[in-house]
Ligand binder design. Structure first.
Ligand SMILES: [Zn+2]
Length: 652
């Protein structure tokens, strides 16, 4: 079957993004009347304490490759939104352009706009406590250098990861040397379960998550009024080298206080909120509360568009409530690891209470309607934020949306299945689409009707019905173009940056096909792989087993990793791999002695297995043929740039 990438898209006039249609202009104009655009407090907060902006708005590698470029957003230069951008999102896109080194209060500074996230620096008695070292080493290094250029050259004595998402730890190697961590000169502190969460959330399903993230962040979209303008949490995710240094200290109690380099830090664990492992911090001497990513000035995601296990907004609201109760009375400044701070106790309580109620409201109202038998899309259509909440900028859906968060709540409690048996075993998308289009009188008839609906501004329906035609006839240029045109208008109307990015990137793939970027090794860096427990590592091997190649075979392998003093038994049976840690079998067909370092190198394709055998880095006792036989059963065809807007190869 033809794939998107195989289809040439003629008609260069259709290759470029179209302008806003009248219905889009009207929808965006209506937004202007709905929200308090006269309020300027957020702009003042975003600028307050600025010492110096990001130098040249750029971060480059040593060889000159640009990894971060705020200059791409120079088109965001006035209050008035272009017709192709929702005015509420335009406002957020302007706010997220504030960048540089900011003094928040004595001893506490933030570097914003070097990446999607913030780096917070606290000046201890002898050195620096760095909270969240951004996504990549290059931007983290640049941010810290910018701080030092204005505040002096003090060493980093501690790094704190607020949670297990890559934009909060990936740049750590840009600011500390692992040797200093090993020597005990630098502490690395993280919430309980951090390493498990890092590997659990992004590894086993890492490849499709990375592909889907392209839609969420609009990574491959041009920047511009008809392209990517923002990512909600910030402008976008910085490029460069992602790494990880494992924590030397875990915060395990619900509340723990430590004094680090003269700074008292009260840690409040908030697990299963925005991330599986997350924590808030209160700094009593500074009267600053750091809510990590649990109280950003927007509606966050219960499931992001990239995909994740459904989060728990009920617990999320509870932990915000706890933070108010524990620290509210003593807090003068609220910070987060994205966006700008809030100053003044009254404003802080007001903000935290509205965040608490935002998450609780969407959760509770979804359940109320679920308990009446409503279906996910019906609930999502019916629920809106209540008056008093809805018109606040800080709860608008720039990242999550009420609509898709409702569906996440439904999924969390009742799964993907809406209980209608007609939806229990339907045909898969492509054969169903071929039937739909045939029943509707063929593609030409459907397209003719959809064109009329497009003219009436019914973009949601046009995209919905054109999806069927494209799945029935992936080479149908007219259908692809009309589908792209509809998605594009939806993108122009979207208040959510992630929705806009998804719609516009969908349109781009329909018009131009899938841009092929080569998949690299296992889809993760060496640090992340090394950080995986051996238990998870073997889960990762198991999900690659090709059952056709393993059919009828069975084996038992003992493994001994001398560098970690770990043993385990790996069993192949029923075309399934299972393993048991800390066991050793007498019935094993082979026993393998090696190191995790060696096995990691083989997985990363830095070392060939025969070479490891020759050099003695890997030793096999027993049947020498079993290990190569096992490797031969593993699927090597993990595919990053799979088809989404069109049916894919090898699927029905
Ligand atoms: Zn983040």
């Amino acid at each position: 079957m033809a794939t998107a990438s195989a289809v040439p898209v003629p008609g260069s006039h259709l290759d470029v993004a179209r302008d806003a249609e009248p219905a889009t202009r009207a929808a965006n104009a209506a937004m202007t009347a709905k929200l308090p655009f006269g309020e300027t407090a957020d702009f003042e907060a975003a600028r307050r304490g600025l010492i110096a902006p990001v130098p040249e708005g750029l971060v480059r590698t040593g060889s000159g490759t640009v990894l971060w470029n705020l200059g791409e957003y120079a088109f965001i230069d006035g209050e008035l939104a272009p017709a192709t951008v929702n005015p509420s999102l335009w406002r957020q896109a302007r706010l997220n352009l504030a960048n540089g080194l900011f003094k928040v209060t004595d001893r506490l500074y933030q570097l914003r706009g070097f990446d999607i996230s913030n780096m917070t620096v606290i000046e201890g008695d002898s050195g620096l406590i760095v909270i969240d070292p951004l996504t990549t080493a290059e931007v983290a290094r640049a941010a810290l250098a910018h701080y030092r250029a204005h505040r002096g050259d003090r060493p980093v004595v501690a790094v704190i990861y607020t949670h297990s998402h890559v934009d909060h730890y990936g740049g750590v190697r840009g600011i500390v040397d692992e040797a200093d961590v090993k020597a005990g000169n630098v502490e690395v502190i993280a919430p309980d379960g951090f390493m498990e969460a890092v590997s659990g959330e992004n590894v086993l399903a890492g490849m499709p998550m990375a592909r889907r993230a392209q839609f969420q962040f609009g990574t491959l979209l041009p920047r511009g009024p008809r392209g990517q303008v923002d990512a909600g949490l910030g402008k976008g995710v910085a490029r460069g080298t992602v790494g990880l240094i494992a924590p030397t200290r875990s915060i395990v109690q619900p509340v723990e206080e430590h004094t680090i380099d003269g700074i008292r830090i009260v840690f409040q664990l908030a697990p299963e909120t925005e991330a599986p492992a997350e924590m808030h911090m209160f700094y009593p001497q500074l009267r600053v509360l750091n809510m990590a990513e649990n109280a950003c000035p927007l509606l966050h995601n219960f499931i992001p568009l990239r995909g994740a296990v459904a989060r728990d907004p009920r617990i999320w609201a509870k932990y915000i409530g706890d933070a108010i109760a524990f620290y509210g009375a003593d807090t003068d400044i609220l910070i987060g690891q994205h966006h700008w701070p809030t100053w003044g106790r009254e404003a802080i309580l007001d903000h935290l209470e509205s965040q608490r109620d935002l998450y609780k409201h969407v959760h509770d109202q979804t359940l109320r309607l679920m308990n009446k038998g409503w279906r996910p899309a019906e609930i999502a259509e019916a629920i809106d934020l209540p008056p008093g909440l809805a018109e606040r900028w800080s709860v608008r859906g720039y990242y999550g949306t009420v609509n898709h968060n409702v569906k996440a709540v439904y999924q969390r409690y009742l799964s993907w299945y809406d209980a209608n048996p007609c939806n229990l075993h339907p045909l898969p998308p492509a054969p169903a689409a071929r039937k739909f289009v045939e029943y509707m009188g063929g593609a030409a008839a459907v397209i003719a009707r959809a064109r009329a609906d497009f003219a009436r501004g019914e973009y949601r329906w046009v995209a919905q019905v054109m999806k069927e035609v494209v799945y029935a006839e992936p080479d149908n240029i007219e259908a692809r173009t009309l589908c792209a045109d509809a998605l594009e208008q939806m993108g122009y109307q979207a208040e959510s940056a992630t929705w806009r990015n998804a719609f516009l990137y969908g349109a781009q793939e329909l018009r131009h096909g899938v841009f092929q970027v080569p998949a690299r090794g296992p889809g993760m860096g060496a640090d992340i792989l090394a950080g995986l427990s051996t238990d998870i590592f073997f889960d990762l091997i198991a999900i690659r087993l090709d059952p056709a190649k393993a059919a009828g075979q069975s084996m038992i392998l003992n493994w001994h990793f001398t560098d970690r003093a770990e043993k385990l038994v790996l069993t192949l049976r029923h075309s399934t791999l299972t393993h048991r840690m800390n066991e050793w079998s007498d019935k094993a067909t082979a026993s393998i002695t090696t190191t995790r370092e060696t096995l990691d190198a083989i997985v990363l394709q830095r070392l060939a297995a025969p070479e490891a055998l020759m050099s003695g880095k890997l030793r096999i006792e027993g049947d020498l043929s079993r290990l190569p036989a096992l490797f031969a059963m593993l699927d090597q065809q993990m595919r990053m740039m799979f088809d989404i807007l069109t049916p894919g190869e090898g699927r029905s």
